[in-house]
Design a protein around this ligand. Structure first.
Ligand code: UT7
Length: 320
């Protein structure tokens, strides 16, 4: 059977790093509050010349280099983002053009923080359905609002990318590639994490609004449910995992989810301290860090997971 196998990963971060203490003169907050409540110590912030498209392009080029491929080898780009350069066209076609790709096709996918998990699943289906052989899956975000202390200290900018390629598998858990996935959404929670503007309502871009405590309350239960569904679809348990690469929103959510699932602390990849919450970019950024430093190796069983606005949530199991 066809399997979508990981060929390479890459990342791109804005040049400017902003430490927690840098917020202290801007909004009523403190390094201590941010670090204790979230585990975040710093985040990267995009300059005017660093956009969702430019960071996405840089991450894509890094993933292609890591895979030993060029844009000519790619036939589909799926970009997960909630902060596109323009309302339309899709920022994915901008990235396609920046890469000098005038073949194949490209589109954006919007599932907020779960975007990359949804995008990997989508790319896997295009590959297994025979519509694409090599797919660039990208998560890229650039946030803007500096006025609201309840959100501005949490989010950061950046991009991560992965190249998936059609390969052969025997249909067993020993195969390389995407092995199992579980996706969920429930719009009953749409007002807990949203942007209060849009082309069809206010005609403005709007600002991010989040009831953090409400999101936190649901997060661990939703994350563990979807991971247990993925384990059961694959016929594995937490002990079989080599690496758990969760969405990086809050260290307390990551720790509580890993504990509830029985995943050992040393198997959890944590980058929230360095990047903050980069929404759809958080999982591919964390993956590329763990690949680059030699933790994730060929043959490892890796679980990615995310939960965010919508609510949307999901998990994907991949053998590297
Ligand atoms: O990525 C998508 C999914 N998003 C998430 O997973 C985020 C989920 N939520 C969270 O991570 C946490 O709820 C937060 C980090 C957002 C907040 O942590 P919390 O422990 O839930 O704090 P809280 O909202 O209950 O606020 C506690 C206090 C409040 O003051 P009072 O009412 O106790 O006097 C807030 O006004 O902290 C105050 N506060 C702040 N203080 C300093 C809120 N934001 C800040 C801030 N600096 N930036």
């Amino acid at each position: 059977m066809i399997r979508s196998v990981v060929r390479g990963t890459g990342a791109a971060l804005p040049r400017r790093i902003m430490k927690n203490a840098d917020f202290e003169g801007m909004v009523e907050t403190s390094d201590e509050w941010i670090a204790q409540r979230t585990g975040i110590r710093q985040r990267h912030i995009a300059a005017d010349d660093e956009t969702t498209a430019s960071l996405g392009e840089a991450a894509a080029r890094a993933a292609l280099d890591n895979a030993g491929l060029t844009p000519a080898d790619i036939d589909l780009i799926v970009l997960a983002t909630s902060t596109p350069n323009n309302t339309f066209p899709a920022t994915a076609v901008d990235i396609q053009n920046r890469l000098g790709m005038h073949h194949g096709f490209a589109f954006d996918l919007q599932a907020v923080c779960s975007g990359f998990v949804y995008a990997v699943t989508t790319a896997d289906l295009y590959i297994r359905g025979g519509l694409a052989k090599r797919v660039l899956v990208i998560g890229s975000e650039t946030f803007l609002d500096w006025s609201d202390r309840s959100t501005c200290v949490l989010f950061g900018d950046g991009a991560g990318a992965m190249v998936l390629e059609a390969g052969e598998g025997a249909g067993s858990i020993a195969d390389h590639g995407v092995l199992a996935a579980s996706l969920r959404s429930d719009g009953a929670h749409k007002d807990k994490l949203f942007v209060d503007g849009g082309p069809s309502t206010t005609g403005t871009v709007g600002h991010l609004r989040m009831e953090g405590r409400e999101v936190f309350k649901h997060a661990v239960g939703m994350i563990t449910d979807v991971i247990e569904a993925t384990f059961s679809a694959a016929g594995i348990t937490a002990e079989d995992l080599d690496w758990f690469v969760p969405h990086q929103a809050n260290k307390r959510i990551i720790d509580a989810s890993a504990k509830k699932l029985g995943i050992a602390e040393q198997k959890v990849v944590v980058t929230v301290d360095l990047h903050g919450n980069t929404s759809a970019a958080s999982v591919p950024l964390a993956l590329s860090v763990a690949v680059a430093d030699g933790r994730i190796k060929k043959g490892d069983l890796v679980l990615i997971e995310a939960m965010g606005g919508g609510f949307t949530w999901g998990a994907v199991l991949v053998r590297w």
